[in-house]
Design a protein around this ligand. Structure first.
Ligand SMILES: Nc1ncnc2c1ncn2[C@@H]1O[C@H](COP(=O)(O)OP(=O)(O)OP(=O)(O)O)[C@@H](O)[C@H]1O
Ligand SMILES: [Mg+2]
Length: 614
C-alpha cells in the first residue's frame, strides 16, 4: 500500500473550532480528530472490517464442529463420518491464520500512514503558532507531543485497534451463535457479563484518571532533568547538587507511586475478570450438565458451550490487557487534540495584501502593547521612519526596545494603535511578505545543528557560496570563520556551543544579510558581545551594506549609534527623545546623560577607546 501523505493538505484536515489552550477535549472531538486522519484510508478499513468478520466466522467454527462431531459421528461410532469435520476444522484454522495475518498487516499500514499525516499536521500547526505560544509552552512539552504522544497513538492505531475491533466483533459473533444454538445455555454462560461490563466501565475511568496523572508526573520528571542538565553550569557553580538530588528523589518516588497505582488497579481488574470467568464456566457446567441429563441439551452442546463461554471472556480479557495502552493513547490523543486546537493569534487575514516595496514610511501610530494586557510595556508609542533612514533605539534594560522590534516583525500584535508600512496596517499584509521586508537579527541568535555554511544559508540550496562569503565578509564574520578548521564546513555543536557569543552574533548578522538583501534590517543588540574593534569594523562594513537601506539599530553601546540619522530614546515603554546625536547632546536630556556616563567610562577604560569619539 502506498503512503498517502499529502503534505499540503495534511494540516488543513485538522478539525476546526475551539479557542486557545486549556480547553477540555470531549471524546467526540478526539474520535473526530482520529477519524479525520483515518478517513483517507476508508477502503482499506472497509476491507479490514470484512476480514474481521471472516476472522470471527473462522474462530467460531471449531467449537461448533466439535459439537456436531460429538453429537454425530462420535456418538454413532462412525469413524469415516468424522473425516469431513477434521478437514473443515483444519481449513478453518488455516483460514483464521491467513486472515489474521492479512488484516493485522493491513491495519498496521493504515495506522502508520495515518500517523505520518497526523505528525505532519501537528508539525505544520506548531510552526505556525505565534511567539506567545512558544513563550508559554515549554519546548519539552512540544517535544513530548511530537514523540511520546504520537508514539502512543501509533500503538493504538496499529495494534490496539486490531485487537479491540476483532475482539468486539468476535464477542458479538459468539453471543449470537450461542443464542442460536441453545438460549438457556447462552443465558447461563452470559450471566456474569453485565457485572463484567460494569467493572470494565468503572476501571476504565479509574485507569484513565491515573494515566493522566502519570503523564503529568512524567512531564515533570522530563522537565526537571531537562532543566537541571541544561543549567548544569549554574547547578555546579552554586553547589546545588545536593538540593537537586533531594528534589529528584521526590519526583522519582512520585513516578514510581503513580506507576504502581496504575498497575494495582489493573491487577485488581484482571483478577475480577478471572473470577467472573470461572463463575461463568461453573454455571454452564452445572446448568448444562442438568440440561444434558434432562434432555434439553446435548453433550456436544455442553462441550461447545464450555469453549464458547471461555471465548466470550477471552475478548474481554484481551480488551482489558489493551487497557493501559488504550488509556495512555487516548490521553495522548487528547493532549495532541488540545495542541491542535490552539489557534495562533498572528495569522493572515482572509484577503492579505502584498507590499511590493517600501517607499513612504514605517509608522507606529499610538501603539500600546503588553505581553500581559494589563501591564503595557509600550505605552502610546508614535514614530515615523522614512525609507533609507538609519534609526537607532537606545534606552535602559527593559525599556521596551526588543518589544518594539517584535511588533514591527509582527511576532505580536498591538493592543491598540497601528503599525503601518506605506499606510497599510501590517495586520493586512501577508506574514510571509512582511517578514521578507522586515529582517530582525535577534538579541540572542540561534545556531542550528550543522556546519557554518548550513547556518548561514539556512539549508537553502539556492544560495551560492559566493553570496554567502560576500555576506560573511560584510558582517566581518569571514575572518573568524576562515580561521576555523574546515572554514565554512566547520561543524557546530548543539546551540553553537563551540562558538563564542560574539561569533554567534556575527553569524546571525551575516545570515540576515544573505536572506534579506533588501529588507528593513532590525539589529537588536546584534553586536553587543563582540569586541569594540570588531564592532567598529562591522560598523564600517554595514555602512556600505546598509547604504540607502532602512535600518533600526538597537544598542546599548552608544558608540555604535552616533552616526545614525535619528536616535530614539526609550524609557519605560515610551519614546522620550528623538533626534540626531548632536541635537540630543545639545538638548542635554536623557541621551546626553547616558552618553556622558559611557564617555566617562571610556576615559577610564582605554581598552574601549578604539571605537569611541576622540
Ligand atoms: N516574552 C515576554 N513575556 C512577558 N513579558 C516580557 C516578555 N519579553 C519582555 N517582557 C517584558 O517587557 C518589558 C520590555 O522588554 P524588552 O525586551 O522589550 O526590553 P528591552 O528594552 O529590549 O531590554 P534589553 O535592553 O534588556 O534588551 C520588560 O519589562 C520585560 O519584563
Ligand atoms: Mg532587548
Amino acid at each position: 500500500m502506498s503512503a498517502k501523505v499529502n503534505n499540503a493538505t495534511a494540516a488543513n484536515r485538522v478539525p476546526n473550532g475551539g479557542k486557545r489552550d486549556g480547553e477540555q477535549i470531549s471524546d467526540r472531538y478526539l474520535f473526530g480528530m482520529l477519524s479525520t486522519f483515518l478517513r483517507p484510508f476508508w477502503k482499506e478499513l472497509l476491507l479490514i472490517f470484512f476480514m474481521l468478520i471472516g476472522v470471527t466466522i473462522f474462530s467460531l467454527l471449531p467449537p461448533y464442529l466439535t459439537q456436531r462431531a460429538v453429537d454425530g459421528p462420535i456418538q454413532n461410532g462412525d469413524l469415516q463420518g468424522l473425516i469431513p469435520y477434521g478437514v473443515v476444522y483444519l481449513l478453518a484454522v488455516i483460514g483464521l491464520f491467513i486472515l489474521r495475518f492479512a488484516h493485522t498487516f493491513l491495519l498496521q499500514n493504515v495506522g502508520q500512514n495515518a500517523l505520518v499525516d497526523l505528525r505532519q499536521a501537528l508539525f505544520e500547526h506548531i510552526i505556525r503558532q505565534d511567539m506567545r505560544f512558544f513563550n508559554n509552552t515549554p519546548v519539552g512539552q512540544i517535544v513530548s507531543r511530537m514523540s511520546n504522544d504520537i508514539e502512543a497513538l501509533t500503538e493504538l492505531l496499529s495494534t490496539s485497534i486490531v485487537i479491540v475491533a476483532s475482539n468486539l466483533v468476535t464477542l458479538v459473533g459468539i453471543i449470537l451463535v450461542m443464542f442460536a444454538i441453545n438460549w438457556q445455555l447462552a443465558l447461563l454462560g452470559l450471566a456474569v457479563l453485565p457485572i463484567m461490563i460494569v467493572s470494565t466501565v468503572y476501571f476504565r475511568r479509574k485507569i484513565r484518571q491515573q494515566s493522566d496523572l502519570f503523564h503529568r508526573v512524567v512531564a515533570e520528571y522530563l522537565a526537571f532533568i531537562n532543566e537541571q542538565f541544561g543549567g548544569m553550569l549554574v547547578v555546579q557553580l552554586f553547589g546545588r547538587q545536593s538540593v537537586s538530588r533531594k528534589e529528584f528523589e521526590t519526583i522519582n518516588r512520585n513516578y514510581r507511586d503513580v506507576h504502581m497505582h496504575i498497575r494495582d488497579l489493573y491487577t485488581v481488574y484482571a483478577s475480577i475478570l478471572q473470577i467472573l470467568t470461572t463463575v461463568g464456566l461453573a454455571l454452564v457446567l452445572y446448568g448444562g450438565g442438568q440440561g444434558v441429563l434432562a434432555g434439553w441439551a446435548t453433550l456436544g452442546m455442553l462441550i461447545s458451550f464450555i469453549q464458547y463461554t471461555r471465548r466470550t471472556f477471552e475478548p474481554i480479557m484481551q480488551l482489558s490487557e489493551q487497557f493501559t495502552q488504550i488509556q495512555t493513547a487516548l490521553s495522548a490523543g487528547e493532549r495532541i487534540a488540545r495542541m491542535l486546537k490552539v489557534k495562533s493569534e498572528i495569522v493572515d487575514t482572509d484577503t492579505p495584501v502584498d507590499i511590493k516595496s517600501f517607499r513612504q514610511a514605517i509608522e507606529f501610530d499610538h501603539v500600546v502593547f503588553g505581553y500581559d494586557p494589563d501591564s503595557p510595556v509600550l505605552k502610546d508609542v508614535s514614530i515615523k521612519i522614512e525609507p533609507g533612514q538609519k534609526v537607532a533605539i537606545v534606552g535602559a534594560t527593559g525599556a521596551g526596545k526588543t518589544s518594539l522590534a517584535g511588533l514591527l516583525a509582527r511576532f505580536y500584535d498591538v493592543q491598540s494603535g497601528r503599525v503601518l508600512i506605506d499606510g497599510v496596517d501590517i495586520r493586512q499584509i501577508s506574514l510571509n511578505n512582511l517578514r521578507h521586508y522586515i529582517s530582525v537579527v535577534p538579541q540572542s541568535p540561534y545556531c542550528f545543528n550543522g556546519t557554518i555554511a548550513d547556518n548561514l544559508k539556512l539549508f537553502d540550496p539556492m544560495i551560492t557560496h559566493e553570496q554567502m562569503v560576500a555576506a560573511a565578509e560584510a558582517a566581518k564574520a569571514a575572518p573568524f570563520i576562515e580561521r576555523l578548521v574546515g572554514g565554512y564546513d566547520y561543524m557546530l555543536l548543539p546551540g553553537g556551543a563551540n562558538l563564542s557569543q560574539g561569533q554567534r552574533q556575527l553569524l546571525a548578522l551575516a545570515r540576515a544579510l544573505i536572506h534579506s538583501p533588501k529588507s528593513v534590517l532590525v539589529l537588536d543588540e546584534a553586536t553587543s558581545s563582540v569586541d569594540t574593534e570588531t564592532e567598529a569594523l562591522i560598523q564600517e562594513g554595514l555602512t556600505r551594506v546598509l547604504k540607502g537601506r532602512t535600518s533600526l539599530i538597537i544598542a546599548h553601546r552608544l558608540s555604535t549609534v552616533r552616526d545614525a540619522d535619528r536616535i530614539l530614546v526609550m524609557q519605560q515603554g515610551q519614546i522620550v527623545e528623538d533626534g540626531d546625536h548632536t541635537t540630543l547632546l545639545t538638548k542635554n536630556g536623557l541621551y546626553a546623560q547616558l552618553y556622558q556616563r559611557q564617555f566617562a567610562e571610556v576615559e577610564t577604560t582605554p581598552r574601549l577607546a578604539v571605537s569611541e569619539p576622540s
